[in-house]
Design a protein around this ligand. Structure first.
Ligand code: CP
Length: 287
C-alpha cells in the first residue's frame, strides 16, 4: 500500500492504472466523492504555482476536506526550522502534507519524519503529479495506454524525468530528445525528428525552469533546435497531441500556433491535474 508520493515510483503499475481510471470517473461526476470528509491537508509552496496550487486546493475542497495553504515565507521553515521538525509538527495536525520546494532532499526528509502521507508538489528533480495527470490525459484521449508512444522534446528536467517514471509504469514508450548538455543522466540522446517518429503525443516544457534564470541565455541557444512547432508535430502521427505542462512561453519552446491549435492538449492537461490528484488523495487518504 502506497504511503508517500515523492517520485511516482511508489505506485505499482496496477495502482497507477487504478488512479487513472478513478480520475476519469471523478471527472465525469465531479462531486461524487467525500473521501476527505473531516480531513485536512497542508499544502506548502516554497515556489510559485498556478495549476498545482489551485488544483490541490480545489480538489481537497471537492472531496469534503480542508486545505491549509502555506506560501513561501509563511512557515518557520523560512527562518531555519528544519524539514524534520516541520514534518513532526504538521503530522500532529493534518492528515497529509503536500510540498513544493527546490531540493528533492527536502521532500525526502519531510517524508522520513512525517507520520502522514507526503506528496511531492514539484522539486528540482521530480514532478510526479504532472506525470500522473499526463498519463490520464493520454488514456482519456486514446482510450488506452497500451502501445502509446510519447516524445518529450526539450530540457531534460523534472517533468521529463517524471514522464519517464510514469510512462514506464503505465506501459507508455517515452522517448526523450534533449541537447547533450541538458539531457537526463542515463537517458539516450536522440534527435527531435527521431523521437517524434510514430509518436501519439509530442511534449515540451519551458526552457528556463525555476532556478535556471542565470543560465537563461545558454539554455535558449542550446534548445533553439528543439522547439515544438507545426513542422515537428507533422513528423509525429497524424492524430498526435501537442502537450505542455504549462506555464508556456509561446514562440520559445512551443509555437503559438501549436499551443493554441486544435491538437493542443495543454488545457486538458491542466484540468486533469485536478481529477488525477483527487484520485491520488483518495488512494492515500480514503478509508
Ligand atoms: N505545471 C505546473 O506544475 O504548473 P504550476 O507551476 O502553475 O503549478
Amino acid at each position: 500500500m502506497i504511503t508517500h508520493f515523492l517520485t511516482g515510483e511508489e505506485l505499482t503499475a496496477e495502482e497507477l492504472r487504478g488512479v487513472i481510471e478513478r480520475a476519469l470517473e471523478l471527472k465525469a461526476d465531479r462531486l461524487s466523492s467525500r473521501a476527505l470528509e473531516g480531513k485536512s491537508v497542508a499544502l506548502v509552496f516554497e515556489k510559485p504555482s498556478t495549476r498545482t496550487r489551485v488544483s490541490f486546493e480545489t480538489g481537497v475542497h471537492e472531496l469534503g476536506g480542508h486545505a491549509v495553504v502555506l506560501r513561501e515565507g509563511e512557515l518557520q521553515l523560512a527562518r531555519g526550522e528544519s524539514p524534520r521538525d516541520t514534518a513532526l509538527v504538521l503530522s500532529r495536525m493534518v492528515h497529509a502534507i503536500g510540498i513544493r520546494t527546490g531540493p528533492h532532499e527536502v521532500v525526502v526528509e519531510v517524508a522520513e519524519h512525517a507520520s502522514v502521507p507526503v506528496i511531492n508538489l514539484l522539486t528540482r528533480d521530480h514532478h510526479p503529479c504532472q506525470g500522473l495527470a499526463d498519463m490520464t490525459t493520454l488514456r482519456e484521449r486514446f482510450g488506452t495506454l497500451d502501445g502509446l508512444k510519447l516524445a518529450y522534446v526539450g530540457d531534460g528536467n523534472n517533468v521529463a524525468r517524471s514522464l519517464l517514471v510514469a510512462g514506464a509504469l503505465a506501459g507508455v514508450d517515452v522517448a526523450v530528445a534533449s541537447p547533450p548538455e541538458l539531457s537526463l543522466p542515463g537517458v539516450p540522446v536522440v534527435e527531435p525528428t527521431e523521437a517524434v517518429r510514430g509518436a501519439h503525443a509530442v511534449y515540451t516544457d519551458v526552457w528556463v525552469s525555476m532556478g535556471d534564470e542565470e543560465d537563461a541565455a545558454r539554455r535558449r541557444a542550446l534548445l533553439a533546435p528543439y522547439r515544438l512547432d507545426d513542422e515537428l508535430l507533422q513528423r509525429a502521427r497524424p492524430d498526435a497531441l501537442a502537450m505542455h505542462c504549462l506555464p508556456a512561453h509561446p514562440g520559445e519552446e512551443i509555437s503559438a500556433a501549436v499551443l493554441y491549435g486544435e491538437r493542443s492538449a495543454a488545457w486538458v492537461q491542466a484540468e486533469n491535474r485536478l481529477h488525477a490528484q483527487k484520485a491520488l488523495l483518495e488512494l492515500l487518504l480514503g478509508s
